[in-house]
Design a protein around this ligand. Structure first.
Ligand SMILES: [Zn+2]
Length: 91
């Protein structure tokens, strides 16, 4: 769990959530920021896989493009995963 204000680790102590700096974190804010971080990470992965598929496709023109096809199919699976695990994502 990361603090929405400073990205520091959040811990639960004495019935409250707070980061090491002392920012007290509301449960709704923690959930919202965690969803946003997950969405950002997933879209970064999707973009990286798309780029890899394009590069492998360029480099492997005229030969077996199995690796490019693998990267493209993995990139195609991630938006579904993103929609299921971070409900506010539009793809
Ligand atoms: Zn903090």
């Amino acid at each position: 769990m990361r603090c929405p204000l400073c990205s520091g680790p959040v811990r639960e102590a004495d019935g409250r959530l707070a980061c090491e700096v002392g920012h007290e974190v509301a449960e709704d804010d923690l959930r919202e920021s965690t969803d946003a971080r997950l969405a950002e990470a997933l879209w970064m992965a999707i973009e990286a896989l798309d780029s890899e598929a394009q590069v492998l496709g360029l480099l492997g023109r005229g030969s077996d493009n199995r690796f490019a096809d693998d990267a493209a199919s993995q990139a195609a699976m991630l938006p579904d995963f993103a929609r299921r695990h971070a409900g506010h994502i539009d793809a």
